[in-house]
Design a protein around this ligand. Structure first.
Ligand SMILES: [Zn+2]
Length: 1073
């Protein structure tokens, strides 16, 4: 036997050395692995087994293993696992035999079932006997042992075994030792191997606990800090950082509840939906963090045979609508006509007969609660002059109460009492207002200068707040150089704005106006490029976060602003902290904590009557010092990624800059990044069984001016009061040729009117023909701001409205071509109260009834477009609906009659891509997704039968194509987009206006390119998150699992499908050793 065996293995060795990899492949395909295992088993029965033969067989197995997918299973079934393990046990001091055995063990261990079985047989403990402190000897042995151990520790049972066995401190000590002694970085892979073991053990709670108790945070923090200067050590730093982030003790948000600080008493509380869920919770439920957050190992006792618990990501195609019935627009309203009839009043133009006496009625056919519109003549743009700010006398209606407000904060009307603050403080009292005044930073900065002059300008906006004391009179007569932006901002008017604010009802009963909204925003003339991200920013920020644990003495932890404190959100001022405020329209800061001397954690308020949707922010900062860098962290963001990682900066508005002639929002901030943080998100907030983490948006600011008042916002703010001001100014632009009607679509729960505009041209005369032409103009239906945080949509809408009300010949013929029905702000309450996504009822809105009415009277609009903002993509683009393109994407079989569809839906976006520089056709999608079933776009297309039904998404960030490539988007570009949308409609009209329908199709095809071409390259299916993964992906995506994207793991997805690939990968690793 022995002789035969020798001979056979000699032959095998020869076979395998000739031809190398390819030979191995052939060998495997012929079942060679099985023969090897069989031989191994027979040889193991020899007493004693031949060392030489075992050495040879293991060397062969080590070569074959990585090439054979079934290797792990075959090894287990043949009983080879125990043979190898026993050999290792008996040969710990025999490196020559130990090495090939460990190499084979490494391959065994990558099979998860083997890993569990090996763990039961004490292999984890066995491998720890191989590990050793720094030495130049046997490094390849150590490397292979670490690889095997790392693979075994992926099993949670094994990880638990290691943690229980006290091996975490040992691994840490070994790592520290190798870090210290491997000064020339010759043994990166051993160091990495140790970290991988730690990484896998810390996937379980017990492991994280052991890690923290063994002072692991400090060990890895210190070693990483020393590694930072050497770029080649990045893999070590990144893995260390990943482990530290995982082990960073989860903290709760510093809040009593995640529900909004404000409560709006709904007329009824819905049983379902976010509001229902939130409010069905008993009082006193701690929803900031809950136990489920820490129970993620509940199921770990039983490792399953499945490779990890990670499921393959849902294929994006899963979301495509494949039900052909749902892909065909259905006609006919779902509601009975009796219900829809009430909407008739919004379409009086369709039955108007234009007798002279009716015209004035027509302009103000007033809804139940009209928006307060001031007399227009005083604000005619023509009569304004640059000196206006100095010479104008205040209009009488401003003089209604005594005492000017400090710092230009304007007291509006005190609202209704439908709302209350949480935490016992039912009403924001005078006391707090006075404290705010005393602490007013601008007053401090400019002495009586600003106070008094603002007082003079709009003397006493204060109506019910009372006098603030005698110092107001003292400075009477001083001059305020407020920026006069009349020429630059024809639609802006400071006094009018204040008037509008008075009529705006907010739940917190805001009494202040933010400067930016008051002074207005003049778009800067300079370019604002996308911020180039410096490598390692995220890592640096995370290390700073970890330093909170490492250097606890630096921590100030002082609450400087807190809406949850009943009487007063402002904390007393010792001059060492910034001051915060956001108690104004669209503001939503809830709490500010000074973490370190120049670093602040900020918590955003939830949407009212909801407990999440934080992303939008708008707040004021003052009391800053010059020459220092402040770091701001917004710590309760919820989206999993953000354009802040891809060049977007936040916006800042400096009041000092404004007063000195540059009233504008500018893109600001350095060291910006967005990453998952250590604040636990309760299962309620996460909307699921398990809680998750929040995300941090961090940015750093160097303030230019001492004692400035600066505002920060997610995007250019656009308040409801701003809209009302703009509408009022636009109305003043109306000429006799323009038909403009402002209806109130509905009154919101908060008591604010939701305007509905009708814009078209007056009929040329009241002759039958002309009236007929008037009534038969196709309708265009536009809406915006269903999501309050998407302020960019309002700026696009402003561009559209201004164009429509303009005097250009284009505007003229556009008005003569269509009747525009526009709802410029679908969710006024959400906008006013600083919500990101919801209305006061905590639900998304829809506006279907109007459209159903139109469908019923056979007047479905030619174009429906809902303006939105997109937080994760660049450019402006459209989503539309096409049966064909949906079918193409989903591979469902469809008959040719299913695909009868002309290309009308593509015409408008195509035109836009030709004339609007920010618009990108490549980003458009015309696929109907199941998850978008209830969006206005899909509903209007399916239920109202509007073929050209779109969502227009504008980036919050910037463009990566066209004229604005590489630049962040500003209000100028957004407004331009809105204007170009109008121009595109005019071009569309030229196409659709042609009588011959076939001719029209030809023309559209002309524009679009041939149909065949479209077929060959339909637009791609657009994922929500389709940004390329960032260089620093490891830091970014750090899940508490094994999600780190490392060089050797870049095929992770493949590996999940084909676990044996991992073996090949680790094999190639081996060659590097
Ligand atoms: Zn949206």
């Amino acid at each position: 036997y022995p002789i035969q065996l020798y001979t056979r293995s000699d032959i095998l060795t020869e076979l395998l050395t000739v031809g190398r990899g390819r030979r191995v492949g052939v060998f495997v395909s012929k079942g060679g692995t099985g023969i090897l295992f069989h031989t191994l088993l027979s040889a193991s029965k020899e007493m004693p087994p031949s060392e030489e033969l075992m050495l040879q067989l293991h060397s062969l197995l080590a070569k074959v293993g990585p090439k054979d997918r079934k290797f792990g299973v075959a090894a287990r079934l043949s009983g080879a696992l125990n043979v190898t393990v026993n050999l290792i046990k008996q040969n710990l001091q025999n490196p020559k035999l130990l090495l090939p055995c460990l190499q084979v063990l490494r391959v065994y261990s990558t099979n998860s079932v083997n890993a569990i079985s090996l763990g039961k047989n004490g292999v984890v403990e066995l491998l720890f006997k191989v590990l050793a402190p720094y030495s130049k000897k046997n490094t390849s042995l150590l490397k292979v042992a670490l690889d095997a151990l790392g693979a075994l520790l992926k099993s949670k049972t094994n990880a638990r075994r290691a943690a229980d066995g006290g091996y975490v401190p040992i691994l840490l000590a070994l790592y520290a030792d190798w870090h210290r002694n491997d000064a020339r970085h010759r043994h990166m892979l051993i160091r990495k191997g140790l970290l991988v073991c730690l990484r896998n053990i810390t996937n379980i709670k017990l492991g994280r606990k052991a890690f923290v108790e063994a002072d692991g945070m400090r060990v890895l923090y210190n070693s990483s800090t020393e590694c930072l200067p050497v770029r080649t050590l990045d893999p070590l730093v990144n893995t260390s950082s990943l482990i530290m982030r995982k082990c960073f003790p989860k903290k709760r948000l510093p809040l009593p509840t995640i529900q909004s600080a404000f409560l709006f008493q709904l007329p009824y509380v819905p049983g379902t939906g976010p509001a229902g869920r939130t409010y069905s919770q008993g009082p006193g439920v701690d929803d900031v963090v809950d136990e489920s957050d820490d129970n993620d190992e509940a199921d770990t006792e039983n490792d399953t045979e499945n490779e990890e618990d990670e499921k393959d990501q849902q294929s994006p195609n899963d979301d495509i609508e494949t039900d052909l019935n749902k892909l065909h627009p259905k006609k006919g309203p779902c509601r009975p006509y009796e219900e829809l009839r009430v909407y008739e009043r919004f379409f009086v133009e369709l039955s108007e007969d234009f007798q002279v006496s009716q015209v004035s009625v027509l302009i103000r056919r007033s809804p139940p609660r009209p928006i307060i519109v001031p007399t227009a003549q005083a604000f005619s743009p023509n009569t304004r002059s640059l000196s206006r700010a100095y010479t104008r006398t205040p209009s009488p209606d401003h003089r209604e109460g005594p005492g000017a407000r400090a710092g230009g904060r304007i007291v509006g009307r005190s609202g209704r009492s439908a709302a209350s603050r949480r935490g016992g403080g039912a009403h924001r009292g005078e006391t707090r207002r006075r404290q705010r005044d005393q602490a007013d930073p601008l007053a401090a900065a400019f002495g009586g200068f600003v106070r008094a002059t603002l007082g003079r300008r709009g003397s006493n906006w204060s109506s019910d707040c009372g006098s603030e004391g005698p110092e107001d009179e003292a400075a009477e007569g001083a001059v305020l150089e407020v920026p006069d932006t009349a020429l630059l901002l024809p639609l802006h008017d400071l006094d009018l704005y204040v008037e509008m604010v008075k009529g705006t009802l907010s739940v917190p009963q805001y009494a202040e106006v933010a400067y930016p909204d008051y002074f207005g925003h003049v778009a800067p003339t300079f370019r604002e490029p996308l911020l180039e991200r410096v490598y390692g920013v995220q890592r640096a920020k995370i290390f700073q976060d970890i330093e909170r644990l490492i250097h606890p003495n630096d921590i100030v932890d002082k609450v400087v602003y807190d809406l949850d404190i009943p009487s007063c959100p402002v904390i007393e001022d010792d001059g060492e902290s910034l001051k915060f405020n956001s108690q104004f329209e669209s503001g939503n800061l809830r709490k500010a904590v000074q973490v370190r001397k120049f670093e602040y954690d900020l918590v955003l308020n939830s949407d009212i009557n909801s407990n999440h949707y934080h992303q939008w922010f708008y707040f004021e900062v003052s009391g800053m010092k010059v020459g220092t860098t402040y770091r701001f962290n917004i710590i309760n963001c919820e989206k999993s990624n953000s354009q802040f990682n891809y060049g977007m900066q936040a916006l800042m508005y400096s009041v000092q800059e404004a007063i000195s002639g540059s009233p504008r929002w500018v893109r600001t901030g350095t060291d910006i990044c967005y990453y998952k943080n250590h604040f636990a998100r309760s299962s309620i907030a996460a909307g699921g069984l398990k809680g998750k983490s929040y995300y941090t948006l961090t940015f750093s600011i160097n303030f230019k001016h001492k004692d400035d008042v600066c505002y920060f916002a997610y995007h250019y703010p656009y308040t409801y009061s701003t809209l009302k001001m703009h509408l009022s100014k636009l109305e003043a632009l109306r000429t006799p040729q323009i038909y403009l009607r402002q209806d109130v679509l509905c009154e919101t729960l908060g008591g604010n009117g939701c305007p509905l505009l009708t814009i078209t041209a007056m009929p040329e005369s009241n002759s039958n023909d002309h009236i007929c032409q008037f009534r038969n103009r196709p309708l265009i239906f536009l809406s915006a701001r269903v999501h309050p945080g998407e302020t960019n949509a309002s700026w696009v809408m402003k561009g559209t409205l201004e164009f429509l009300m303009g005097s250009s010949p284009l505007a003229n013929s556009l008005r003569e071509s269509y009747i525009f029905k526009i709802v410029p702000m679908l969710n006024p309450d959400g906008v006013i109260n600083g919500n990101h996504r919801c209305s006061l009822s905590g639900e998304d809105l829809n506006r279907q009834c109007l459209l159903q009415y139109l469908a019923h009277i056979q007047r479905a609009p030619l174009v429906f477009c809902d303006y939105h903002g997109h937080s994760r993509k660049k450019n402006v683009f459209m989503y539309g609906c096409s049966v064909k393109e949906t079918v193409w994407q989903s591979n469902i079989s469809a008959t040719s009659s299913d695909l009868q569809e002309d290309l009308a839906y593509r015409a408008l976006p195509k035109i836009l891509s030709q004339i609007a520089p920010a618009f990108s056709m490549a980003s458009c999608s015309f696929v109907v997704e199941r998850s978008k079933e209830s969006t206005a776009r899909v509903v209007v297309w399916r239920e109202i039968g509007v073929q050209r039904s779109y969502t227009m998404e504008s980036t919050l960030c910037g463009c990566d194509q066209g004229k604005y490539k590489g630049l962040q988007i500003g209000t100028r570009e957004l407004e331009e987009m809105g204007a170009q949308f109008c121009v595109a409609l005019l071009r569309l009209k030229r196409l659709t206006g042609l009588r011959n329908h076939q001719h029209l199709l030809d023309l559209e095809s002309d524009i679009i390119g041939s149909q065949a071409k479209v077929v060959s390259c339909p637009t791609t299916y657009v994922l929500d998150e389709d940004e390329p993964s960032f260089l620093e992906a490891i830091d970014y995506s750090a899940e508490s699992n094994d999600e780190d994207v490392e060089a050797e793991n870049e095929h992770a997805a493949e590996v999940r499908e084909h676990p044996d690939l991992l073996e090949q990968l680790s094999d190639s690793d081996n060659h590097r050793d």
